[in-house]
Design a binder for this molecule. Structure first.
Ligand SMILES: O=C(O)CCC(=O)C(=O)O
Ligand SMILES: [Mn+2]
Length: 199
């Protein structure tokens, strides 16, 4: 059962320990083929997360701006989205189109992500499904317009969050992670996976 906060659906602890470990192994395979890179916003600001993608396209940002593209910045294709990750999408949003991209964010202990909307996808009627692995993250939910009161919750390893429907354009971000709250990964930090229909 999911709980709902401002239209975001949260499946607490959806993935058990074995599923989480298997998924991390799949993520490591993707990262070996398409290494994490350090994104820079169009304004030239370094983001604190490291990222890569799986799927037919991947999200990139550099001085030319935010976009989805068919190749990793290193020139290689993005690896396919692992079945273990696709299975989560099929379980929580079975009516949606198939995702064509999975963004992999790596949060080292000091990394964060400012409040933003996910709006680079062509069809905003399709949801975004987010999976948390590793250390807890303090996740902030705002409103569909910039500003206003926000609400925060901790996302823990194995939690799945769906941003869809009227909340598809709700502002959200990660204030901080809590290093050492999970033993899933070899090092302190957090992996976040977001499945999307980009094209
Ligand atoms: O790390 C998270 O939980 C959220 C990530 C996110 O909002 C994004 O990649 O667009
Ligand atoms: Mn987002």
């Amino acid at each position: 059962m999911a709980r709902e906060i401002r239209g975001f659906r949260i499946f607490d602890g959806m993935l058990g320990a074995t599923a989480q470990r298997d998924m991390v192994a799949d993520v490591r395979r993707v990262v070996r083929a398409a290494p994490l890179f350090a994104p820079v916003t169009a304004r030239g600001q370094a983001m604190s997360v490291r990222m890569t993608s799986a799927g037919a396209r991947g999200w990139v940002t550099d001085r030319r701006g935010y976009r989805y593209q068919a190749m990793h910045p290193g020139g290689m294709p993005w690896p396919p989205i692992p079945d273990s990750i696709l299975a989560v999408w099929n379980a929580v949003v079975p009516q949606a189109r198939s995702p064509d991209t999975c963004l992999i964010n790596w949060y080292a202990p000091a990394a964060r992500m400012g409040l933003h909307q996910d709006r680079d996808e062509a069809d905003l009627t399709q949801p975004v499904v987010s999976i948390s692995l590793g250390d807890d993250a303090l996740f902030r939910i705002g409103n569909t317009e910039r500003g206003g009161r926000t609400e925060s919750l901790w996302l823990r390893s194995g939690d799945v969050l769906v941003m869809g429907g009227a909340a598809r354009l709700t502002y959200h971000g990660v204030d901080r992670i809590a290093p050492g709250t999970s033993t899933l990964l070899d090092a302190p930090g957090r992996i976040n996976l977001t499945l999307r229909v980009a094209g």
